[in-house]
Design a protein around this ligand. Structure first.
Ligand code: ZN
Length: 80
């Protein structure tokens, strides 16, 4: 949902690369936060909560892997 800025002045920065990197960073951040919560409250949280968190962290793991692959593919294709 980012407003796309037609790139002329910021051409060298590559907006797409920045966008892909930000997507990867936020997925990786969500993943590490979920893992930290799971480790911290393991044994005290309800089974159901744990399962939800586990599902969430698995989704974030897949998402971060996909985002990283997209970033690498972009860099390879775009040469930026
Ligand atoms: Zn690029």
């Amino acid at each position: 949902m980012n407003p796309s800025v037609p790139g002329t002045a910021v051409e060298s920065a590559c907006l797409e690369k920045a966008r892909l990197k930000a997507a990867y960073n936020s997925a990786a951040e969500n993943l590490s936060r979920a893992v930290a919560v799971m480790q911290r409250y393991l044994g005290t949280m309800r089974h159901e909560e744990y399962e939800n968190l586990k599902k969430y962290s698995e989704r974030m793991r897949r998402e971060s892997e996909r985002a990283l692959a997209a970033l690498e593919r972009h860099i390879a294709e775009h040469g930026c």
